[in-house]
Write a protein that binds this ligand. Structure first.
Ligand SMILES: Cc1cc2nc3c(=O)[nH]c(=O)nc-3n(C[C@H](O)[C@H](O)[C@H](O)COP(=O)(O)OP(=O)(O)OC[C@H]3O[C@@H](n4cnc5c(N)ncnc54)[C@H](O)[C@@H]3O)c2cc1C
Length: 483
């Protein structure tokens, strides 16, 4: 469990969906969905927000919650794919979100442990220094105040570093702060799962497990969209997984940092905890989570000789052209999406609120074209698309053709019964838990996560418990075998 969930209760009540007709239906109550709701709270629209679980308990509860506009080496990457003008606009968008968060917290007195810190991007190896200096050039060109360093008071040796203003907060306290402000203006329904969206005569009909909701505007903020088209997000993104350690420390420093290149070290402090993130990899690689946690522990203990209090992992979506997808899926469609935050969802989630509220209320946003869901392809994007294709091919071979691969341990097996692929987990009491072994989202074969006792999709990150219930999407359907 992540430290952010301490003191927060999961809502287990089966909500009644009282409101089935609304102007705007927001699906998903993580930082993105709650930011959209917050940005629209003073409008005249009737707004309903639904979440298939508890507000804030998705990816947002497993982040390290650094608020940053210097996100590793974003500006060189975006320049190489879209040109320097787009990179500069990305910077402006992130800076705007950075300032918005500070303003909201100040104006509404949101008690969320917000703290301004110095944020560093660090090169630990000589060969990364030139990349960092290239990034520095953008800071210089755009007159962003920064400092340079050659040492840092952490047990990590560095060659060079850039420091800018940064901030950190408690993501769940922030989300629940927003909830308190909006809940008398916006209807929030937890434990309502959206399964399909259909359009008839300019109205949307959202099929949920609690009935059908009719809405004029639909905003999908489910982290990974639960549908493939429109938008075709699975073809434009891959999922990245990384791991976080929380360790109690006597001394916390007013800094946060991330290193460029590998191995990645991401550090921040929260009260008496040191948070250490590392071991980022494409979801399709390194399938054995037990081993992944072991790697992380060793890496952490090589640098910090302190006790580990808890560990968790998180997943985020990476677009194959370095920019998130935020906005209307098609101009005038009234169907919106906010996803692929590139592991920087605190700024991008808040920005999504602003962009989508602007388009709904004013018809346009200054960032509409930059984050357009239907933006064009370029060479780099095509290369990334092919790389992702090879990754998926590899996963298909590993999960389909290799008999007894190592990610099925001895008390798990996968078999065909009457032509249907099933996964069977035998628990410590000898009880057999049988589920379908194919993900309902895009038919990838599921692997057993020995560490957490779940069935995980190695392609698009859906997760299911041993009895087949959905833990996280994109799949909104279970893999239960109900006889
Ligand atoms: C290890 C790690 C560390 C990170 N650290 C940082 C950081 O320091 N700073 C930063 O800016 N970003 C960070 N990120 C990224 C950030 O955590 C995410 O980008 C962000 O939390 C995503 O927010 P979201 O609102 O899109 O998704 P979520 O928080 O997952 O919210 C989506 C919500 O939608 C609901 N939902 C899903 N499907 C349905 C459905 N069918 N019907 C109804 N509801 C549904 C879910 O229950 C969930 O509550 C990190 C990511 C990783 C992997």
């Amino acid at each position: 469990m992540s430290i952010w969930l301490q003191g927060f209760q999961k809502n287990t009540k089966q909500n009644k969906l009282e409101k089935k007709q609304t102007d705007i239906c927001i699906i998903g109550g993580g930082i993105a969905g709650m930011s959209v709701a917050f940005a629209l709270k003073d409008s005249d629209y009737n707004i309903l927000l639904i979440d298939k679980g508890t507000i804030g308990f998705g990816a947002t509860a497993y982040t390290t919650a650094k608020i940053s506009y210097l996100q590793e080496l974003p500006y060189s990457k975006i320049t190489s794919m879209h040109g320097e003008d787009s990179a500069k606009r990305y910077f402006e968008s992130q800076k705007e979100a950075f300032d918005l968060i500070a303003d909201y917290i100040d104006h509404y007195q949101i008690n969320c442990d917000y703290e301004k810190v110095r944020e560093y991007i660090l090169a630990t190896k000589e060969k990364q220094v030139s990349k960092l200096k290239k990034e520095e050039q953008y800071l210089k060109n755009w007159k962003i105040p920064y400092i340079t360093i050659e040492a840092i008071p952490l047990p990590i040796s560095i060659q060079y570093g850039l420091g800018v203003e940064g901030a950190v907060f408690h993501p769940l306290k922030y989300i629940y702060g927003l909830k308190k402000i909006i809940e008398n203006k916006i209807t929030i329904c937890e434990n309502v799962c959206a399964k399909e969206i259909q359009k008839k005569n300019d109205q949307y009909f959202i099929t949920t497990d609690m009935g059908i909701i009719e809405a004029t505007y639909v905003v999908v903020c489910t982290h990974y969209p639960f549908f493939i088209k429109p938008g075709y997000i699975p073809l434009k993104t891959h999922v990245e997984k990384s791991y976080v350690i929380a360790s109690k420390t006597k001394k916390s420093l007013p800094l946060s940092c991330i290193t460029t290149g590998l191995p990645m070290h991401s550090i921040r402090y929260h009260e008496n905890y040191l948070l250490y993130g590392s071991y980022a990899h494409a979801l399709t690689n390194h399938l054995d989570d037990g081993k992944n946690f072991e790697h992380l522990k060793i890496r952490f203990q090589n640098h910090f000789q302190t006790k580990i209090d808890c560990m968790w992992f998180n997943q985020d979506m990476i677009s194959n052209d370095g920019l998130p997808f935020i906005g209307e899926i098609e101009k005038g469609s009234h169907l919106f999406l906010a996803t692929a935050f590139q592991t920087w969802g605190m700024t991008n989630g808040v920005l999504a609120g602003q962009v989508i509220a602007d388009i709904i209320q004013k018809g346009t946003s200054p960032y509409e074209d930059l984050f357009a869901i239907k933006r064009g392809w370029n060479l780099m994007r095509s290369i990334h698309f092919l790389v992702d294709g090879v990754r998926y091919g590899k996963i298909y071979l590993q999960t389909t053709l290799i008999k007894n691969p190592k990610f099925y341990q001895n008390h798990v097996c996968v078999a065909y019964e009457n032509g249907i692929r099933v996964g069977i987990y035998i628990d410590e009491n000898g009880v057999r838990h049988k589920v379908l072994n194919t993900c309902p989202h895009m038919k990838c074969h599921l692997i057993f996560n020995e560490q957490e006792k779940t069935w995980d999709c190695p392609c698009h990150s859906s997760r299911f418990d041993i009895d087949g219930n959905v833990i996280r999407g994109p799949s909104s359907y279970s893999i239960r075998i109900d006889f």
